[in-house]
Design a protein. Structure first.
Length: 166
């Protein structure tokens, strides 16, 4: 849900006190860390954002902390790329349900510009393109609504079309 910018709705929650206790004892994801699905639908990636507060103890999710010198936005785009996604699928132990394990995650390779500034520039270009795509999707959605409304008017006869003689 979070990876699709949707609100996570679950009745499973823990109290602030338990969260504090568990995160102090075992750690908790922080801004810039990544969570990647490791069971079922493989390779869905979520970059932890400011204000996120959650705890998990689940083998279905792999927790990445990008190393120093790796831009987290760049790392996120790498995980979305088919080069990494195909590695995830091929490394998964395909049985009834595919599994991407921590051992497999350690073998996953991606191309990385040598400097963090280059990584940030690449990620910035992708972010700009993503924003453009979002704007196009919103415009497309608006046009579809307009088309539906116009069709409703035309097909019910509420609005007439003038036909010119040939």
């Amino acid at each position: 849900s979070l990876s699709k910018n949707q609100r996570f709705s679950s009745e499973i929650f823990i109290s602030e006190e338990l969260y504090s206790e568990l995160s102090q004892k075992h750690g908790a994801p922080s801004v810039g860390d990544f969570l990647v699905s490791g069971v079922g639908t493989l390779g869905i990636c979520y970059r932890v954002k400011e204000g996120d507060q959650f705890y998990f103890k689940d083998g279905n999710v792999i927790w990445f902390r990008p190393k120093k010198g790796i831009d987290s936005h760049f790392f996120e785009y790498c995980f979305q790329h088919e080069h990494v996604q195909s590695q995830i699928v091929s490394q998964a132990s395909i049985t009834t349900v595919g599994t991407y394990t921590i051992q497999n995650a350690r073998k996953t390779k991606f191309y990385c510009p040598p400097t963090i500034n280059e990584q940030k520039k690449v990620a910035s270009i992708f972010l700009t393109v993503d924003r453009e795509i979002d704007c196009i999707h919103m415009r497309l959605s608006q046009l579809k609504k307009e088309k539906k409304a116009l069709m409703q008017k035309l097909l019910t006869g509420k609005r007439r079309v003038q036909v010119e003689a040939a």
